[in-house]
Write a protein that binds this ligand. Structure first.
Ligand code: TXA
Ligand code: MG
Length: 495
C-alpha cells in the first residue's frame, strides 16, 4: 500500500473520512501526539490498528469523539465524570468510564470500561465530524517506540501500512493525554499528561496518582492501565537519567560522556536550555526550558527519535521535579531510560578546592575519583601536598562520606616523601582536609593506621583523634592484600 502524507485541506480531510468509513486506517494529528485512527465500531478496522502497530491485543484503545453527547452513546457518564469533561474537554484528557455494549470487545480488550477522549485539534475534530464516527486511535507509533509528534514520525513507523497521514505539523503538547479512570472508587490518574493532577484537583475533591507512574511494575503486579505493562518510549541507545545538585549533575554527565567517548561510543547529553553552556565541551542537545516544562514535553519524543536516527549509543539526561507537567515528563523519561538513574550527589559531589592552604603548605588537586556505589567506593579527592613554592612533598586523599569500607580504611590517607618528614606536614594536611570534609557536611572523619605504626598513632593523637579501637580487618578487606590484618581506628569530630 502506498502511504500519502497530505496537508489537511478540506479535500484531504474528506478523503481521510471516506477511508475511515470504508474500514481503513488514517494517521491523524491531535494536540497530544499523532493517532492511528479507525472506525471504533468496526471490529475488522480496529484489528487493523493492532496489526499495523504490532500492538498486543490486551492493550485497549482510546475512542475519540467530539462531544459529551457523542460520548454518552458509548459509556455511562457519572456526575463527577461530566464535570471533569465539561472542564477539560476538548483537550488532552482521556476519561475511563463504564462502557455500553455497542463498543466492540476488540476496542476495550474485553474490559467493562472504555477510554474516551474529546480532542481539541481542529483536524482531528473535523475528521470525526466528517466521518460521523467515533474513532479508535492509539498513538501512531510502532509499539514500544516513542509516540509520534510529527507526520514524518508516523510515516517512518507505518509507511505502507495505511493509505493516508494528515500532516497537521508538530503536536502542541507532545506527550499523550492524561488518562484518568472514573470507573473505580477513587478517580485515579493511570497515565500523567498535559492535564496535571494539580489541575484535576481544581474540579475533583480527590485524585490519586497510580503509584506505578514513577516506578517499574513489580513482578506479578497487575497494571491498572494495560499500556503501562509494556516497555515504552525506548530509544535504541542506552539512556540514563542523572539526578542531583546541578553542578554535580553537570560534572557527572561530562565525566560519563568522556568515559563513553573514550570507549568509542556515540554519546549525547540531553540538558535543559538554561544549562547548555556548562556542556560546551560535549555533544549536547537542548530538551527545552526547565522553567517552561511545556517546551520539554513538546519535543521530548522528537529528540528520542532523532537520537535513533543519528545512531546514538549512549545518552545521559538531566531531569526535572515530578510536579505539574513534570510528572508526565518524568513518567515518559523514566520508562525510556528503563528507570536507570545515577545520583550525581553520590558519585560526583566535588567542590571547588582551589586555595586549600594554611600559609605553610598547599593542597593541590591531582584528580578526583567518582564514587562507585556498586563497588561501595565513596567519591574521593587526591591532592599533592606542596610547599608554598609548589614543590611536591607528598600526597593525601579524602573520601567523602561513611561506609564499612571507609571505617576500616579511613576517610583520609597521606604519605610524605622521606626528606619532608618530621615537620608535621601530614597533620597540617589533615587539618586542611578536615575543613573540606566539613564543607561536605561531614560531622566526623575516620583515620586509621597499622597498630604497630607508632609515629602515625602519635600524629593522630596529636591531631586530637579519639581512639576507637584496634580491630581485625574484615576477611574480604583489600587492605589484607598489603599484608595488614589489624587496624587502629581514630575518629575526629569536626566542629
Ligand atoms: O493522547 C493520546 O491519548 C493519544 C492520542 C492519539 O489521542 N492516544 C494514545 O493512545 O496515547 P494509546 O493507545 O497509545 O494509549 C492509551 C492508553 C494505554 O496505556 C491503554 O492501556 C490505556 O490508555 N487504556 C485504554 N483503555 C483503557 C481502559 N478501559 N482501562 C484502562 N486503561 C485503558
Ligand atoms: Mg501509545
Amino acid at each position: 500500500m502506498k502511504t500519502q502524507v497530505l496537508l489537511p485541506t478540506d479535500e484531504a480531510v474528506a478523503y481521510a473520512a471516506q477511508v475511515l468509513r470504508e474500514g481503513g486506517l488514517v494517521g491523524m494529528p491531535t494536540e497530544t501526539v499523532y493517532g492511528l485512527a479507525a472506525n471504533a465500531l468496526d471490529e475488522e478496522a480496529v484489528r487493523g490498528i493492532f496489526a499495523a502497530k504490532g500492538r498486543p491485543a490486551d492493550n485497549p484503545l482510546i475512542v475519540h469523539v467530539n462531544s459529551i453527547e457523542e460520548a454518552e452513546k458509548l459509556c455511562i457518564i457519572s456526575d463527577a465524570s461530566r464535570v471533569l469533561m465539561q472542564h477539560f474537554c476538548p483537550g488532552p484528557l482521556t476519561v475511563i468510564m463504564p462502557r455500553r455494549s455497542c463498543v466492540p470487545d476488540v476496542v476495550t480488550a474485553g474490559l467493562d470500561t472504555v477510554a474516551i477522549r474529546i480532542p481539541s485539534h481542529p483536524v482531528a475534530r473535523s475528521l470525526i465530524a466528517q466521518s460521523g464516527l467515533p474513532i479508535a486511535a492509539p498513538s501512531a507509533n510502532t509499539s514500544g517506540k516513542p509516540s509520534p509528534t510529527t507526520a514524518q514520525h508516523v510515516y517512518h513507523d507505518l509507511d505502507g501500512k495505511l493509505p493516508v497521514i494528515l500532516d497537521g505539523g508538530e503536536c502542541d503538547v507532545g506527550l499523550e493525554s492524561t488518562v484518568i479512570t472514573m470507573a473505580g472508587d477513587m478517580p485515579t490518574v493511570l497515565r500523567p499528561g498535559g492535564i496535571t493532577p494539580e489541575m484535576l484537583l481544581t474540579v475533583l475533591p480527590e485524585v490519586r496518582v497510580a503509584d506505578s507512574v514513577l516506578r517499574p511494575l513489580k513482578q506479578g503486579e497487575k497494571a491498572l492501565s494495560p499500556g503501562m505493562m509494556y516497555k515504552h518510549y525506548a530509544p535504541g541507545g542506552m539512556l540514563t537519567m542523572v539526578k542531583g545538585e546541578q553542578s554535580n549533575v553537570q560534572r557527572c554527565c561530562l565525566r560519563l560522556y568522556d568515559e563513553a567517548k573514550a570507549d568509542g561510543k556515540s554519546v549525547r547529553i540531553l540538558a535543559f536550555e538554561e544549562h547548555l553552556d556548562a556542556y560546551k565541551s560535549a555533544e549536547v542537545l537542548s530538551i527545552g526550558r526547565l522553567s517552561e516544562p511545556e517546551t520539554v514535553s513538546h519535543k521530548l519524543f522528537a529528540i528520542l527519535r532523532q537520537m535513533d536516527d543519528e545512531g546514538v549509543d549512549v545518552l545521559y539526561s538531566e531531569i526535572l521535579p515530578a510536579e505539574g507537567l513534570g510528572l508526565a515528563i518524568m513518567n515518559r523519561l523514566s520508562r525510556a531510560a528503563g528507570f536507570r538513574t545515577i545520583d550525581a550527589d553520590v558519585t560526583d559531589p566535588f567542590l571547588d578546592v582551589s586555595g586549600l592552604t594554611d600559609g605553610e603548605i598547599t593542597l593541590s588537586l591531582d584528580r578526583t575519583a567518582p564514587g562507585m556505589p556498586e563497588k561501595n567506593w565513596l567519591p574521593a579527592y587526591h591532592f599533592a601536598i606542596c610547599d608554598m613554592h609548589g614543590v611536591r612533598m607528598g600526597k593525601c586523599d579524602l573520601r567523602i562520606g561513611h561506609n564499612d569500607m571507609v571505617y576500616f580504611g579511613g576517610n583520609i590517607g597521606y604519605e610524605l616523601l622521606e626528606e619532608y618528614r618530621g615537620h608535621h606536614y601530614a597533620a597540617k594536611a589533615c587539618r586542611l582536609l578536615f575543613q573540606l570534609a566539613k564543607k561536605h557536611g561531614m560531622d566526623y572523619v575516620i583515620i586509621t593506621c597499622a597498630p604497630d605504626n607508632l609515629p602515625s598513632r602519635k600524629t593522630l593523637e596529636g591531631l586530637g583523634g579519639k581512639f576507637l579501637e584496634i580491630t581485625d580487618l574484615p576477611a574480604d578487606s583489600d587492605m589484607r592484600e598489603r599484608g595488614m590484618t589489624e587496624v587502629c581506628i581514630f575518629q575526629f569530630d569536626l566542629f
